[in-house]
Design a protein. Structure first.
Length: 448
């Protein structure tokens, strides 16, 4: 049987949901396909459960700060089973809300996978077929797995949320978002953590702030090696051992996390049948308007080569629906100046260009302002660690092209500054702004 729609969306993650709901609100017939949970990686295996764990880590650190402030209670361990229940309850509510929104919008939700059999036709896993003039691929990505001996002894990021207790000794292989975030979270909760990477790490962030973060992680007791090449893992009576071709045998560990990148979910979509082009890693290639090389087939989110962030997928999906069905022919995503935060310990935020990017683009027109200070809550507790905030400006009028911040609270304070940068912020605008005192955010308007 073949059913006709105006739009078919493959994948009910952040981008797919946003596209489907916005399109349906424009009055078109939409089918949304996904055999798994609504919300995709973000809700079930990414942003949401990760942020819940980050909150738990923050509370663990707050217990220690409370002692320094004068409270008498001793820090206690996290009740993992209770925490898992609280977290899952929150996730269940999100999924229920998505289901209600889809029903309210009139989107036909099919809990099946689908593959292309023609440029306008999708075959479902039960053999039925759907047709639409527009089909959006939004199937996301998954953790990369390596063909290494003993890889199965470790976890990938999808698995870490199934932990029922804190492992005492953890090795994390990788140097990106996932590796750094989980290194900080697990250490704050009490684990001994080794982070093993090779060469440069956190390449999307400003190098000066990355170095400052590394120093703070090492002060916390996280052992970081940037000259590691892990080529195998094996288990002995003491735990998991790693064969590091650069530094020798490492271990033993009670748990191992592989954080070695992500790969797009495209291999089962039948893209070769209709000739959709992908890059060598499998990402669907799209232009600035989310079009693939095949008319009527489009893509949004982590399945493309664009920045893999939930808000990016949501914004791109909504704008795409506005362009296709909302009478807004010029609507398209602006991929410049996208703010993001690494939920490390402490968090690291960025919007705009790094200093290196700005100098490569603007040469000696670049002026940099920075502020290093100890936040008040740390100082009161007798800590002397310093945070770092940085402005990257260009030209005689000092237009701000990059804002970078490392320290407690930056995950909240950066959003407003990102709006200002998007609107054409200049250093003089910050100078003219009255500071909120005492706060860490005031440092961004007080740099001399």
């Amino acid at each position: 049987m073949t059913a006709s729609h105006d739009l078919i969306v493959l994948g009910a993650g952040s981008g797919g949901l946003a596209t489907a709901i916005r399109a349906a609100q424009h009055g078109v017939r939409v089918a949304l396909l996904d055999p798994a949970g609504l919300g995709g990686t973000c809700v079930h295996r990414g942003c949401v459960p990760k942020k819940a764990l980050w909150f738990a880590a923050q509370l663990a650190q707050a217990q220690q700060l409370a002692l320094e402030f004068g409270f008498a209670s001793q820090p206690g361990p996290l009740d993992w089973e209770r925490f898992r229940g609280v977290r899952q309850g929150y996730i269940d509510v999100i999924e229920q809300r998505y289901a209600a929104r889809l029903q309210e919008a009139g989107v036909q939700l099919l809990r099946q996978s689908g593959r292309f059999v023609a440029a306008d036709t999708i075959e479902l896993s039960d053999g039925d077929r759907l047709q639409a003039a527009q089909i959006v691929i939004s199937t996301g990505a998954r953790p990369r797995r390596l063909e290494l001996p003993g890889f199965e002894l470790g976890m990938v990021s999808d698995d870490i949320f199934a932990l029922r207790a804190l492992p005492r000794r953890v090795a994390i292989v990788g140097g990106g978002y996932v590796a750094v975030e989980f290194a900080g979270l697990l250490r704050a909760l009490g684990a001994e953590v080794d982070m093993l990477a090779h060469g440069s790490w956190l390449q999307d962030f400003d190098a000066e702030l990355v170095q400052a973060l590394q120093q703070q992680m090492e002060v916390q007791g996280i052992r970081i090696s940037l000259q590691s090449v892990v080529r195998a893992a094996h288990r002995n009576a003491d735990g998991i051992m790693l064969d590091d071709s650069q530094t020798g045998l490492r271990g033993p560990y009670d748990a191992l996390l592989w954080a070695v990148g992500r790969v797009p979910n495209t291999e089962a979509l039948g893209l070769e049948t209709v000739g959709v082009e992908t890059d060598k890693r499998g990402h669907v290639l799209v232009d600035a308007r989310q079009n693939t090389n095949i008319t009527g087939i489009l893509a949004v989110g982590d399945v493309t080569e664009h920045k893999a962030l939930t808000p990016v997928a949501v914004a791109a999906g909504r704008l795409l629906a506005d362009r296709l069905f909302g009478g807004q022919p010029d609507a398209q995503m602006d991929y410049r100046n996208i703010p993001s935060v690494l939920f490390a310990e402490p968090p690291l935020g960025i919007v705009g260009l790094t200093e290196a990017q700005a100098r490569a683009e603007h040469g000696d027109q670049v002026t940099v302002y920075r502020s290093r200070f100890t936040p008040m809550q740390w100082k009161l507790a007798g800590r002397h660690d310093q945070t770092l905030m940085k402005l990257v400006c260009v030209g005689a009028d000092e237009r701000v092209v990059g804002i970078h911040a490392l320290g407690p609270g930056v995950e909240e304070m950066l959003q407003g500054f990102a709006v200002a940068l998007k609107l054409g912020l200049h250093k003089r605008d910050l100078d003219a702004t009255v500071a909120i005192h005492p706060s860490s955010a005031e440092e961004l308007v007080l740099m001399g």
